[in-house]
Design a protein around this ligand. Structure first.
Ligand SMILES: [Fe+2]
Length: 292
């Protein structure tokens, strides 16, 4: 089976009709390219939108439908900027019920993988770092324990918008991580079988780390508007292979719409040159062997 993770998309409302038209042309084209990969599951790892308004989420959903792409959204700090989690629920987790009435997290099995989708985003806060509530930590602990006990599925993939501190690029910087990372790590270290993947976004840079002593790999998927790429995971008997996939920008009009959309995000978003954010070969490819 194959699954895709899209980094921070930052689909943003715009009062400028030229920017809005370029934005929609770019995102519909990106979604069509992703749909053409025919992956079994496609995730967006948070900051799917700029402000998390119904306007942005509905407009993005319409583009997804036009492109024929089902997207499983996780929450990011930007997504939870405007609305309460309960108001966001219908747009997130791919229509699945949350395990919590107050936050948006869940787990499910697909083929050889147990997917655990975290909600690391604070609700309507000026603090854009991540946080995992006590209730969610207890739930995650139970998820790991149940995975350990069960003989199947073979792999566990935990996803959260924010990185674990001191793993992938910039995760050592203030607010570029889950603030209570040590508490999350204490739960992850309870993994007793197989290799685990923790996938994240937030820092916009392609970056890979691990495995650590407990066998966890950390995969940070860069923002498509910045890195011109997204993450593809291929799962077979040999294990899991991760590869970044470059967005095809060879069509001049599509490329122009991409540039308008990227530049409309402003100076902070475009602070570093493409090459810095895109990374090197060691940020792009990973092979995780299957273990018993
Ligand atoms: Fe973020």
């Amino acid at each position: 089976m194959r699954f895709i993770i899209l980094g921070d998309l930052h689909y943003a409302a715009s009062a400028d009709p030229v920017v809005a038209a370029s934005r929609d042309h770019f995102f519909e084209g990106l979604f069509r390219q992703v749909a053409a990969q025919r992956a079994d599951l496609v995730f967006a790892i948070g900051d799917t939108t700029q402000r998390g308004t119904v306007e942005e989420l509905s407009a993005q959903t319409a583009l997804l439908q036009r492109a024929g792409l089902d997207l499983i959204r996780l929450t990011g700090n930007h997504d939870s900027d405007s609305l309460a989690k309960a108001e966001l629920a219908s747009f997130f987790l791919g229509g699945r019920d949350s395990a919590s009435p107050d936050e948006l997290y869940t787990s499910f099995d697909a083929g050889p993988v147990r997917f655990v989708l975290l909600d690391t985003a604070r609700s309507r806060s000026t603090n854009w770092s991540g946080f995992v509530s006590d209730e969610q930590l207890a739930w995650l602990d139970n998820q790991i324990a149940r995975y350990n006990q069960a003989g199947a599925p073979r792999h566990i993939v935990v996803m959260g918008h924010h990185p674990i501190m001191n793993t992938t690029r910039r995760s050592d910087e203030r607010w570029f991580n889950i603030e209570n990372s040590p508490a999350v790590e204490a739960v992850l270290t309870r993994l007793t079988r197989g290799a685990g993947i923790y996938a994240c976004g937030h820092n916009h840079i392609n970056s890979l780390a691990g495995p650590d002593a407990q066998g966890w790999y950390y995969i940070q998927v860069g923002a498509p508007l910045v890195c011109r790429s997204y993450g593809l995971f291929m799962v077979d008997e040999a294990g899991i292979r991760f590869e970044k996939v470059d967005i095809d920008l060879t069509d001049p009009r599509f490329r122009a719409d991409y540039d308008v959309t990227r530049l409309s995000q402003g100076a902070d978003f475009n602070e570093f040159p493409f090459e810095h954010m895109y990374g090197a070969e060691s940020d792009h490819r990973l092979r995780i062997p299957a273990t018993l």
